[in-house]
Write a protein that binds this ligand. Structure first.
Ligand code: ADP
Length: 505
């Protein structure tokens, strides 16, 4: 048995475990790579989206501001820059919150009546304006506190005029960010952060969202940036990780199935090997069992044939031995034949109402001589007034004979056998009790299996074929009954054949 199971282990290792391990490792490595590259790709895409969003915002902002500056320049060129005209222009551009105009000597020419906070802004503005802007012309963003001012040089009757304006943050949010970024379709959340990193605008709630990257504006909103956030539970890494979990789970299940399969196949193989062993033991055991009575018959036959026994009583005894041994022989052969019929599913039973007491007596009679000769004390206790029971009398007789045969075979010094029959509830219980070697508890479940024999050391070398009890069980079950055993090693055994009596009640 060692070598086939060794071969099986090697086969399992080579054909299943090794490839499964390779697949697991490869799968894991490629999933890790995939996880990495998915993350990278996702970041690239997010960066593209953010840059695009920033560009779009800058463009729209610039368009609005250019439109305003164009209109202002037109007013200046026409010399129509009176305060009411400028007020009216500002009213048309809600984005422009405050407008300042400076003359050549940096005097505020608009608004003539400033607000309280204008002085600060205006003062800072003058400090921040780069020297030469007026001469060079153009436009420049200037950060004053938390505001961004846009300074530009316009012309009024040939003279440069410096204008600066601030933006209305609400309008910026509502008209610029909302209209440009609101329609952007993405699994991510786009937000605009001010120069101190606070979100000024976001398309959806940023609660528990994870910021993955920011792209700063190039112009228009210095220090501000567009940020991309991931809504909770939406990261590419998490998605991949979910896949990894699913893959690992599926692989685990597969592995379990494989392992269970291997174990089942291995057990099947082991059973098969055991069966083969049992069968070959069976052949040897049966041959031996048959040989013993045969050689006795032959020996006595030959002795008688040679007329060496002058004594009449001795001769009579020899004849009885021959008869008894041939009965034993035919019982053994019946067992084997019945067993093979059962195995092929060909066994049939002739059911008839049978009186119990005569059945027990007849069966015991067959054993009367060997029982007496081997010094057995036999007790029979058949309950009176037992009704007849529907059964195949030959089969039940054979089962009982097997039980008595075993009781004799597995008895030691205490040679006492009790055969009893009684009604227990709805069942007829036929028991055969001995005071022999007994059976260990863990073996009691197995002795009814075909070919099973308790180890030779425990049965002290008693021969047998291992089919006797299998046959008893089969006969019991064919009668819708059962067979049970109670036994203690060294104390004895009690086998009970339970047959239903319900058909008689
Ligand atoms: P066998 O031909 O070996 O007797 P059986 O099927 O009749 O085959 O019995 C199976 C095994 O059960 C036996 O090998 C023996 O070890 C055990 N056995 C059966 N009857 C008894 C008994 N009365 N006392 C002890 N052991 C028993």
């Amino acid at each position: 048995m060692g070598s086939p199971s060794k071969r099986f282990s090697v086969l399992v290792l080579a054909a299943i475990v090794a490839p499964a391990t390779i697949v697991a490792v490869l799968g894991y490595v490629s999933l890790r790579q995939w996880e990495g590259s998915a993350d990278l790709l996702f970041r690239e895409q997010a960066r593209d989206v953010a840059s695009m969003a920033a560009e779009k915002v800058e463009m729209v902002l610039r368009q609005r501001e250019d439109a305003f500056l164009d209109r202002l320049q037109a007013l200046l060129s026409e010399g129509a820059s009176s305060e009411p005209a400028l007020d009216a222009l500002l009213a048309q551009f809600p984005l422009i919150r405050r407008l300042f105009m400076l003359d050549r000597r940096d005097h505020l020419s608009y608004p003539r009546t400033g607000r309280n906070d204008d002085a600060v802004v205006f003062g800072r503005l003058l400090q921040e304006i780069p020297p030469g802007l007026r001469a060079r012309g153009g436009r420049r963003e200037i950060v004053v506190g938390d505001q961004v001012l846009l300074a530009a040089v316009l012309k009024a009757r040939g003279e440069p005029v410096l204008v600066a304006f601030s933006r209305d943050p609400d309008v910026l949010r509502r008209d610029i960010f909302e209209t440009t970024l609101g329609g952007l379709e993405a699994p991510t959340i786009i937000a605009v952060l001010d120069s101190s990193g606070r979100p000024v605008y976001s398309k959806a709630s940023l609660e528990r969202a994870e910021r993955i990257l920011t792209v700063t504006f190039r112009g228009g909103l210095p220090g501000w940036s567009v940020a991309v956030y991931l809504p909770p539970g939406a990261s590419a890494r998490q998605a991949v990780r979910r896949q990894v979990t699913v893959f690992t789970g599926a692989f685990g299940v597969l592995l379990v199935v494989i392992v269970v399969g291997i174990v089942l196949v291995w057990r099947l193989m082991r059973r098969e090997a055991e069966m083969t062993q049992l069968k070959s033991d069976f052949v040897a055991n049966v041959s031996h069992d048959l040989k013993t009575p045969l050689s006795v018959i032959r020996m006595f036959g030959e002795t008688l044939e040679m007329d060496r026994v002058p004594d009449e009583t001795r001769r009579g005894e020899y004849y009885r031995v021959i008869t008894r041994e041939s009965e034993r022989l035919s019982r053994l052969i019946d067992n084997v034949l019945d067993f093979s019929r059962i195995e092929r599913g060909r066994q049939t039973y002739d059911m008839a109402r049978t009186a119990i007491e005569p059945l027990v007596r007849d069966t015991l009679d067959v054993f009367a001589y060997p029982l007496a000769q081997q010094g057995f004390k036999v007790e029979t206790r058949v309950a009176p007034d037992l009704p007849d029971v529907l059964m195949d009398a030959d089969a039940v007789g054979q089962a009982l004979a097997n039980l008595i045969d075993n009781a004799m075979k597995y008895s030691d010094a205490r040679r006492s056998i009790t055969v009893a029959a009684a009604r227990v509830g709805d069942e007829l219980a036929i028991t055969v009790t001995d005071e022999g070697i007994g059976i260990a508890a863990e073996k009691q479940g197995k002795i009814f299996e075909k070919f099973y024999r308790v180890g030779r050391s425990e049965t002290q070398g008693r021969r047998g074929s291992g089919i006797g009890l299998a046959l008893v069980r089969h006969i019991a079950e064919a009668h819708r009954g059962r067979v049970t055993v109670e036994s203690r090693p060294g104390e004895g055994s009690r086998f009970t054949l339970w047959l239903p009596m319900t058909s008689h009640a």
